[in-house]
Design a protein around this ligand. Sequence first.
Ligand code: NAD
Length: 464
Amino acid sequence: MRKTDCLVIGSGPGGYVAAIRLGQLGKQTTVVERDDLGGVCLNWGCIPSKALIHFASQFERLQHGAEIGLEATGLRADLKKFQAFKAGIVQKLTGGVGMLLKGNKVDVVRGQAKFTGPNTAEVAGKKETETVEFKSCIVATGAKPIEIPGFAYDGKQVIGAKGALELDEIPKRMVVIGGGVIGLELGTAFAKLGTKVTVVEALDQLLPGQDPTLVKIVEKGLKKRGVEWRLKAKAKGYKEAGGALEVQVETEKGPESIACDRILVAVGFRPITDNLDLPKAGVKANERGFLATDKACRTNVPHIYAIGDVSGPPFLAHKASKEGIVAAEAIAGHKSEKDFAIPGAIFTDPEIATVGMSEAEAEKAGIKVKVGKFAFVANGRALSMNETDGFAKVVSDATNDVLLGVQLVGPEVSNLIAEAALAIEMGASAEDLALTCHPHPTLSEAIMEAAEGVYGRSIHGVNR
Ligand code: NAD
């Protein structure tokens, strides 16, 4: 029997961060992991996908370099070599997590954990099963891709994000089922590599839930790369025909058959709670299978916490990590709470990055808003990069000028949004953003100009 202060189940960006913080706080901690350290994010999610997205963007830039006088011949995208590069990054990061856990005196046990009581769990490893007694526990088991009828993942013809990132040849044609974040991020990357991509989305817009004015700019980027999409469409099944795959799709205009070589299914995630035997610990999942938590990440059983994807959307690594820190500190007796603005970034081309409320959301909440907008076409840095599609939008409360939200669509905006998250975190006003001296020439000036636009005093934009 192993005894530990805190048992952390899962070592993704929620679990490993929680374990490190617990180690820092002097809590003897044990992490259980059935797979590789690092979870989806490090092994086949955020990091590997950004590697592919960068690879595809570099390829596209060089291919179209002649527009700005950069001519390349014999350019070739070698996905086999890319796979080796990607494996190296994953190894560095997961190895780094192992070292950090060790450095913080965290024990790592390999195997599948299940509860046997409110303070005990059993970990089935490859060779032996071990019992662990814990004072508190953090469930950080994450989420996994949903499978839809007629499209069982087989790793060859029907793939999920993981399979797409493992391809060592560029498919000629790909049908992407689901026009959400993964579908459009990876769809864009493959389109840049020359794949003919068709997206099948069940709802009435791509990236459902995102502000349509941002999505419109992303659509422009998709069109430019020959990506097609069907909205309000349902993929019913597929068959093999003449060496290719035929995907049957039900559209508003009637049935359609789309030929392709690979089918990428990206229709959302569901929480991983199966095999945990939650009832033995008394932990209840909600009707959607997530473990509901309070502000300190506690489940209905006060010494058992849940963080990250398993506790519900948004499914974002940085949300999981921050929750991991809150849970670890709460276990150590601190008054930590989930009280942070969660920025989002979508790595399409152009990218979308948002934090706080959109104009529509604020109005729906009955708040009178003031809005400023600035287009990247008037930003010198964007012009010099030849990437001018998109804009920055700042939304503030009309009554007191408090910043409510910032929405960005444009080049590399994922790297700009943290400024807005900090401003919201500090309770800043739109004027604070406008008064902050931003370095020139940078893309960040677009945020300052949009904030100036709130008062009709954007210098390089037309004020409305
Ligand atoms: P998603 O929820 O973003 O998109 C799924 C899409 O599939 C939705 O648009 C949905 O309407 C559609 N859909 C569902 N069933 C369908 C069907 N039968 N036919 C056609 N369309 C269907 O989910 P995802 O893209 O699979 O990503 C999983 C999760 O991971 C999401 O919550 C996403 O936000 C997160 N994620 C985030 C990032 C990021 O922040 N950059 C990157 C990757 C994944």
